[in-house]
Design a protein around this ligand. Structure first.
Ligand code: PEP
Ligand code: MN
Length: 337
């Protein structure tokens, strides 16, 4: 349900209304749509509720029941794209953003070297896993906190932001302390306890699409984050599981235009996990720029064959440099015409 308030409703009156609704058992969030204050009632509404009980409240202009599935991530109240601003950086509705770095943080030296190289070639966000969701329990599981510290320092030394995966609710505080953006991996897209906890983590969340998640499931997972208080969410298409076995996953490039029609959130493509093969990563990155994704997340390593994880898809800093030049050129053309 959407409660449209008068334009000039004073803030204390809005707060009093929200308190009253909360006392009545409803969960609410306050929005401004073209400067008009709106109270979105998220929970506690059913069809038997008498609309006049709300329309008679002070400062209420009108009340409407919304059938929107995506109350908060949908475009109906938010026609402009969301721009996430962190320091001097912007994700969404601006420059083509590159998040680059190794699959796994392997050592202090490794992450500093890669950070310096990718930053010099146009990456503004340093990626690297310290808690790794590995298919086999015997594979390297990540450096944990020391790894996060190495990455934070490497990012800062090169004027970059940092992003790393959080796998469980117990790790949220630790990740929040070290990184600028918290990543939810594909395997955790529907971990609702984690999503609820991240709603109040105070940092942007990068939500990767589940291995076989539909757009509806993907957007509903994002809706959890917003409904629990976090409006700064970036969606990431990273390939879905299909019948093809040569490619690690299959990049669903159509996800970008489809999701754009439905949501105002920024959308990023991860070509590395989508294909799993370094020779294919550049072409998928160009496709990302051509469909006007807001950016890419790419795995880069100075010695790709020796990456402790995902070696087959790691590209060199030299390849990354060319890739960035072409992506920026495509981005420019797409915006100019
Ligand atoms: C990653 O980006 O490090 C990762 C594990 O990706 P995904 O969750 O998409 O498999
Ligand atoms: Mn990886």
């Amino acid at each position: 349900m959407i409660i449209n308030l008068e334009f000039d409703t004073p803030l204390p009156a809005i707060e009093a209304l929200c308190d009253r609704l909360s006392f009545m058992g409803f969960t609410t969030q306050l929005y401004h749509h073209d400067e008009q204050p709106i109270i979105m009632v998220l929970q506690g509404i059913d069809a038997t509720i008498d609309q006049s009980a709300f329309s008679d409240l002070p400062y209420v202009k009108s009340v409407s029941f919304s059938n929107e599935k995506y109350k908060l991530v949908g475009r109906h109240l938010h026609s402009q794209p969301t721009k996430i601003k962190i320091g001097g950086h912007q994700i969404g509705g601006g420059p083509f953003v590159a998040m680059a770095g190794p699959c796994t943080i392997e050592s202090e030296d490794q992450i500093h070297t890669i950070a310096r190289l990718v930053a010099s070639k146009g990456a503004t966000i340093l990626r690297g896993g310290a808690f790794k969701p590995r298919t086999s329990p015997y594979d390297f599981q990540g450096l944990g906190e020391p790894g996060l510290r190495f990455m934070r320092d490497a990012a800062r030394a090169n004027g970059m932001l940092s992003i790393s995966e959080v796998m469980q609710t117990e790790e949220v505080d630790l990740l929040t302390e070290y990184v600028d953006i918290l990543q939810v991996g594909a395997r955790n897209m529907q971990n609702y306890s984690l999503l609820k906890r991240l709603g109040s983590c105070g940092k942007p969340v990068f939500l990767k699409r589940g291995l076989s998640a539909t757009y509806h499931e993907f957007l509903s997972a994002a809706e959890y984050l917003l409904a629990h208080g976090n409006p700064e969410v970036i969606l990431c298409e990273r390939g879905v599981r299909t019948f093809e076995t040569l490619s690690r996953n299959t990049l669903d490039i159509g996800a970008v235009p489809f999701l754009r029609e439905l949501t105002h959130l920024p959308i990023v493509i991860d070509p590395s996990h989508a294909c799993g093969r370094r020779t294919v990563v550049p072409a998928l990155s160009y496709a990302a720029a051509a469909v006007q994704a807001d950016g890419i997340m790419v795995e880069v390593h100075t010695d790709p064959d020796r990456s402790v994880s995902d070696a087959a898809q790691a590209i060199t800093p030299e390849t990354f440099e060319i890739l960035m030049k072409k992506c920026n050129a495509i981005h420019e053309v797409m915006n100019a015409i």
